[in-house]
Design a binder for this molecule. Structure first.
Ligand SMILES: Nc1ncnc2c1ncn2[C@@H]1O[C@H](COP(=O)(O)OP(=O)(O)OP(=O)(O)O)[C@@H](O)[C@H]1O
Length: 233
């Protein structure tokens, strides 16, 4: 379980509170108005921002003070965070060896397999600039696969892709999360994506990240804060 226990995040005069439990191996959408704190919530879990109060626990272990690289968490962002001067294989090697160092023959084999898994067999020598948007997204998925962490965070990673490609990537992420047995938490501005991806949804609004609710129930009878955001006010 991922537990947010009395979590308080503060940035300037913005405050976000969260109190919830998320089940392992579940897929959860994070929705809410712009500026409500969705990225803040994911950054807290990833360890990119420190809470002012409260704790974050994974399987009962307090990870609040852990550095991002040592958390049980892999993150996928819109700008896929690939180093431009390194080949795809070297970029993926860094996912396996956070401290750098030579990648072993076995690790090279793992990288090849991960690339093949996402439909990029033979692309290891390419630089990120030599990839299309869809290929870069798939490369980022290969990295998440290699990182093999039990929590996957996705902050609008496919917002720049066209509808068909976005739908394909979402189903690939769902497959990958299921294969890894991971909890996947995804920020989305598109209710259709949330419905497609996640049976549970966290609403972030009015300074609070609420415990997850059934996605269908939330969208079919949205509270006022979500209704306004959906343009149903
Ligand atoms: N360093 C900072 N200093 C002051 N305020 C900040 C800082 N970082 C973020 N904020 C504020 O925190 C709030 C939450 O931002 P956050 O990026 O988490 O929202 P979001 O829900 O992800 O928004 P969007 O959907 O537009 O991406 C915003 O009101 C933002 O202005």
């Amino acid at each position: 379980m991922l537990e947010l226990d009395g979590l308080v995040m503060r940035a300037g005069d913005f405050t976000l509170r969260a109190e919830m439990t998320l089940e392992p191996r579940s897929r959860v959408a994070v929705v809410g108005p712009s500026g409500a704190g969705k990225s803040t919530l994911l950054d807290a879990i990833a360890g990119f921002r420190r809470p002012e109060a409260g704790r974050i626990l994974w399987q009962g272990r307090d990870i609040t003070a852990d550095a991002p690289g040592t958390r049980p968490v892999a993150s996928l962002f819109q700008d896929q965070n690939l180093f431009p001067h390194l080949s795809l294989a070297r970029n993926l090697g860094l996912a396996l060896r956070l401290g750098g160092g030579r990648v072993s023959a076995h690790e090279n084999q793992q990288i090849e397999e991960a690339l093949a898994e996402v439909g990029l067999a033979g692309f290891g020598a390419r630089k990120p600039a030599e990839l299309s948007g869809g290929q870069a997204s798939r490369a980022a998925l290969a990295r998440v696969l290699l990182q093999n962490r039990p929590v996957i965070l996705l902050d609008e990673p496919f917002a720049a892709l066209g509808p068909a490609l976005k739908a394909e990537m979402l189903s690939r992420v769902a497959e990958l999360a299921d294969k890894l047995g991971a909890l996947a938490l995804m920020v989305s501005h598109d209710p259709a994506d949330a419905r497609r991806f996640a049976s549970q949804t966290v609403l972030v609004a009015d300074g609070v990240a609420e415990p997850p609710r059934e996605t269908e129930a939330l969208f079919s009878d949205p509270p006022d804060s979500l209704r306004a955001y959906l343009g149903q006010a």
